[in-house]
Write a protein that binds this ligand. Structure first.
Ligand SMILES: Nc1ncnc2c1ncn2[C@@H]1O[C@H](COP(=O)(O)OP(=O)(O)OP(=O)(O)O)[C@@H](O)[C@H]1O
Length: 347
């Protein structure tokens, strides 16, 4: 666990970046720091590994006061990922990833073996290891940055806008990868972002800051969306708060029934009973695409699909893509209403 106890940071030029911050970041969870530009997110993050020291207050990592530890040792024991990957341009990808293990005296062979293993972990091909950072795409460079931060298997990972410089599609892929990795690794992650959707997607808890380094609210995404503490938080979460809440709810309990037969539209399946498309019974014989959803997909995706689908029906499939049934627009609306009430009551 990381604990901030009445931490204040005032820079020599008089700027207060962090104002009496008390906050706990649970072990094995993702805490996302969000807020407008200049509200103290990066300074908060950098005080954890002593790239910046607080003016007053205490920060403990795993129960130990960071100021009582050697700054260089502390930094090596905490993974750090930044927006522009921060890779060394004249070192190969493999040597970049092996940086901290080498500093820790692992020996070249062991450090490189670990680096090769991590390339695979973050979804890169083995031959990427021999390349130099400029020979990779921005998204691949970020993956290398994550691999480098994980190299010495630190319990804590600090991530400062790590996916801020890549396009939205790659960004979603990197978020998926991080969620997959986190399921396996259960690191204590502190993640800075400007993007509230990214925060809702990745955070076990979200801390919202406002200018002057004030923490306004820290809560789970569902709590935050259902009960923003004030207008500032509500504005920050955006007008689509209700829809964002639906993005947190899976379809596991959404009722489904058999696919309709003999109506205006038929769901066409392949031999393995996987949905292919919607076919119109009319003389034009129109075919429209179907986007089947799994139980792990979100209620927001179901709502979207029910609007896009010509029949208002959403095809449901199992993990192998085989049809299990369909859900109607009415089912989805009713389930969404219930999910909203439950979240509001629970939060
Ligand atoms: N070394 C420094 N000296 C003086 N002021 C600083 C220093 N570093 C940051 N600041 C100021 O402290 C405040 C908080 O900065 P910080 O970088 O923590 O904000 P942030 O929320 O991460 O911003 P952004 O989202 O733009 O990265 C800002 O007003 C910034 O200008």
């Amino acid at each position: 666990m990381i604990q901030f106890d009445t931490v204040h940071k005032r820079f020599p030029n008089g700027t207060t970046a962090v104002h009496d911050l008390s906050l706990e970041m649970p072990e094995g969870g993702v805490t996302v720091l969000v807020g407008s530009s200049g509200c103290g997110k990066t300074t908060t993050l950098r005080m954890i590994n002593r790239m910046v020291d607080p003016t007053s207050g205490t920060i403990r990592v795993g129960g130990k006061d960071v100021l009582q530890q050697d700054a260089a040792d502390l930094r090596r024991s905490i993974g750090y990922v930044i927006q522009q990957s921060g890779l060394f341009p004249h070192r190969t990808v493999l040597d970049n990833i092996a940086t901290v293990p080498l500093l820790l005296g692992w020996g070249r062979k062991k450090a490189r073996a670990r680096a090769a293993e991590l390339l695979e972990t973050v979804g890169l091909a083995a031959d990427a290891g021999k390349r130099y950072p400029h020979q990779l795409s921005g998204g691949q460079q970020q993956r290398v940055g994550v691999a480098r931060a994980l190299a010495a298997d630190p319990p804590v990972l600090l991530m400062d806008e790590p996916f801020g410089a890549v396009d939205p599609v790659v960004r979603t892929q990197l978020q998926d990868e991080l969620l997959r990795l986190q399921k396996e690794l259960s690191k204590t992650i502190v993640f800075v972002t400007h993007d509230i959707d990214e925060a809702v997607r990745l955070g076990d808890q979200i801390a919202i800051f406002r200018t002057g380094g004030h923490l306004v609210q820290c809560a789970t995404p569902a709590e935050l969306l259902a009960h923003p503490a004030d207008d500032f938080v509500a504005d920050f979460l955006g007008a689509e708060r209700g829809l964002k809440l639906l993005s947190l709810k899976s379809l596991a309990d959404l009722p489904q029934g058999p696919a309709p037969e003999g109506g205006a539209w038929t769901l066409v399946l392949d031999e393995a009973r996987k949905p292919l498309h919607w076919a119109s019974k009319s003389s034009t014989g129109t075919e429209l695409p179907v986007r089947p959803l799994k139980d792990t997909d979100s209620l927001l995706a179901a709502l979207n699909e029910s609007i896009a689908s010509p029949t208002g029906l959403v095809a449901r499939v199992d993990a192998a893509g085989v049809l299990t049934g369909v859900s109607s627009r009415d089912d989805i609306h009713e389930y969404a209403g219930r999910a909203h009430t439950e979240a509001s009551v629970a939060a």
